[in-house]
Design a protein around this ligand. Structure first.
Ligand SMILES: [Zn+2]
Ligand SMILES: [Zn+2]
Length: 477
């Protein structure tokens, strides 16, 4: 279960998240944090996000409805110009050159440190290898650009079926929850004049199962919350009256290393080539393939707000012991599952339906949620946005396997840091068939929120002795 991080094309190597960096890296990150970063983002809720480190203007990125971006440095692919007050597009290229030089140095130093650390610990030693050749190639960039614009369209139309095949179950849950929360407040969010100014792969990771690409996105748009009853055209027109603002996010894409060349083109099942007709299940109606699992092509797994993007952290203590029991373990799969659980928890509280957690939470946790938020008692989760999701620690020994995952988020303008406690039964195995975050581990049926702890299709008990991670606690700062 080795894992390595590489820079892309020897430039702009500040990773979004992942491994521990040496002092030079810290300096580079600090330097980038001082930049007057753009602050706005729509799909994924970026416009409402309030970060923890709000010393710079970047601390104010927003959060709700649209995919998010990240701090960017040098740019080869920049078009248009923002009208941001601090004009970061003048400062960024200069500092970008500086950062690029520092970063190349930094990654080399980091690799040496990583190799030395692995040699010392003797855990999961992985020989250095070149990055997969397909990473960050032209087809990937085309796909990422397509998804950026499709997501904006889907968000504005409040119809996520447009992007269902290209986002993980957790990302789908996030976006659909945010749309429902907005609607519950009588609102919808609209954007206008959306432009993708820069898209750059900044780092890549690889474990036994997935290639992971972290991509910085610099974009701009006008956006506004408008009454939910307005139609698409009226909403877009209203958004056109809003000020134009830049925003930055870091998007994380995953693909299985076993991904074959996809069959058919856009709109066709990548497994059998039949026309795709995806409902809530993201499974091909013809052959049953789960098309958003990363088995066939890149899928969007995470949208991290720029203000929360950090260098990649090393795998936590306990990972080697867990991998000895579960060779298919993947940090990315676990974090995707954690994000799904978080958004289900938010929605259960916002709607006053704690029983909706029955399939994804331990019975004890469900009882505690019901005690504090009985059925019908909805919590005010307006303007809720997630900044980042990161695995903190793994505890594979004991009566259950435990994991702790940090979620940085904001609600109604207040920054929050929560630590999710997850657990599963010892001996549980991560599904090998790609990401299947919101599915029954017994039969792969989608996890409904019907309030029952058993799978409707195969009867598997999902919350008692669970084979997939379930929510067993949340610590709030
Ligand atoms: Zn198919
Ligand atoms: Zn089942």
């Amino acid at each position: 279960m080795g894992r390595r991080t590489v820079e892309i094309q020897g430039m702009d190597t500040t990773p979004c998240r992942g491994a521990q960096l040496p002092r030079l890296a810290a300096a580079a990150i600090l330097l980038s944090a001082l930049l007057p970063l753009p602050a706005v983002a729509r799909p994924g809720g970026g416009q409402d996000y309030r970060g923890s480190s709000s010393g710079s203007s970047g601390g104010d990125s927003s959060s709700s409805s649209r995919p998010t971006a990240y701090a960017s440095a040098s740019g080869t692919d920049r078009g248009g110009s923002g009208d941001g007050s601090a004009n970061p597009f003048v400062v960024l290229p200069v500092l970008g050159l500086l950062l690029a030089g520092v970063a190349v140095y930094m990654v080399r130093d980091f690799r040496r440190m990583q190799a030395a650390e692995k040699a010392r610990s003797g855990a999961a030693a992985v020989p250095p290898a070149p990055p997969p050749p397909a990473l960050a190639d032209a087809p990937f960039h085309a796909r990422a650009r397509m998804l950026f614009h499709s997501l904006d369209e889907a968000w504005n139309r409040r119809d996520l079926s447009l992007v269902r095949a290209h986002v993980t179950d957790a990302t789908f849950q996030r976006l659909s929850t945010q749309l429902r929360l907005l609607n519950a407040q009588g609102l919808r969010n609209a954007t206008a004049e959306v432009a993708l100014l820069e898209l750059r792969a900044v780092s890549a990771e690889q474990d036994e199962r997935f290639d992971t690409l972290h991509v910085r996105i610099l974009a701009q748009c006008r956006d506004r919350d408008v009454p939910a009853h307005l139609d698409d055209a009226a909403s877009r027109a209203a958004a056109g009256e809003a000020p134009l603002g830049p925003y930055e996010e870091c998007w994380t894409f995953l693909r299985s290393q076993e991904a074959p060349a996809a069959r058919g083109g856009e709109g066709a099942c990548p497994a059998c080539g039949a026309p795709l007709q995806l409902g809530e299940t993201a499974a091909c109606a013809h052959c049953g393939a789960i098309v958003n699992s990363g088995r066939f092509d890149w899928v969007l797994a995470e949208m991290t707000q720029a203000v929360e993007a950090r260098p990649p952290a090393p795998l936590p203590e306990g990972a080697a012991a867990l991998c000895a029991q579960d060779p298919g373990f993947s940090r990315q799969v676990l974090e995707d599952r954690a994000a799904l659980l978080f958004w289900r928890w938010v929605e259960a509280q916002a709607t006053g339906r704690p029983r909706a957690l029955a399939k994804v939470a331990s019975p004890a946790f469900l009882d505690s949620v019901q005690a504090t938020r009985p059925a019908g008692a909805a919590a005010p989760f307006r303007a809720c946005a997630v900044g980042s999701v990161e695995l903190l620690s793994l505890h594979p020994e004991g009566p259950v396997q435990r994991a702790r995952v940090e979620v940085r988020w904001s609600v109604e303008g207040r920054h929050r840091r929560s630590v999710l406690e997850l657990h599963r039964t010892p001996g549980a195995q991560t599904p090998r068939a790609g990401l299947s975050t919101a599915r029954c581990p017994g039969c792969s049926a989608p996890l409904s929120d019907n309030g029952q702890p058993a799978c409707e299709s195969c009867g598997e008990q999902l919350s008692a002795s669970p084979r997939d991670w379930v929510l067993s606690g949340i610590e709030q700062d």
